[in-house]
Design a protein around this ligand. Structure first.
Ligand code: FES
Length: 124
């Protein structure tokens, strides 16, 4: 596993993905408003759309009709093709765990990102 320089922190705006190519892979780099960085493979596990071109949003819950709660603001990416949503921190598909049916783990490959003196690196 190698550490790759991908740019300076100011090249990565908060609230959207910055697409980079590292080690032959296309990644979306996400910077949160607390200056944490995350990287996801730009490939949706459903049918292969460029996941990181999708909007960054929040998880919407509806505990009862007409009532909406937004959680994980700015931490969810929605696939631009069929709308599957993934937690950017974990790469896991977001689901309501109280509603059960047959389940299958769906994740997006994620990579470690580090910042050193204003320079951003990703490990691949
Ligand atoms: S390809 Fe992403 S939800 Fe279908």
């Amino acid at each position: 596993m190698a550490r790759h320089y991908i740019g300076t922190t100011d090249q990565f705006p908060v609230g959207e993905a910055t697409l980079v190519q590292v080690g032959g892979r296309k990644l979306g780099i996400y910077r949160f408003d607390d200056d944490q960085f995350h990287a996801l493979l730009n490939y949706c596990p459903h049918q292969g759309a460029e996941l990181c071109r999708g909007p960054v949003t929040s998880w919407l819950r509806s505990p009862k009709p007409g009532e909406f709660q937004y959680e994980k603001e700015g931490e969810i990416v929605r696939c631009p093709w069929h709308g599957w949503e993934f937690d950017i921190r974990s790469g896991c598909m977001v689901v309501d765990h109280k509603v059960r049916t047959l389940t299958y783990d769906v994740t997006v490959e994620r990579f470690d990102v580090s910042v050193d003196e204003g320079k951003v690196y990703v490990k691949i």
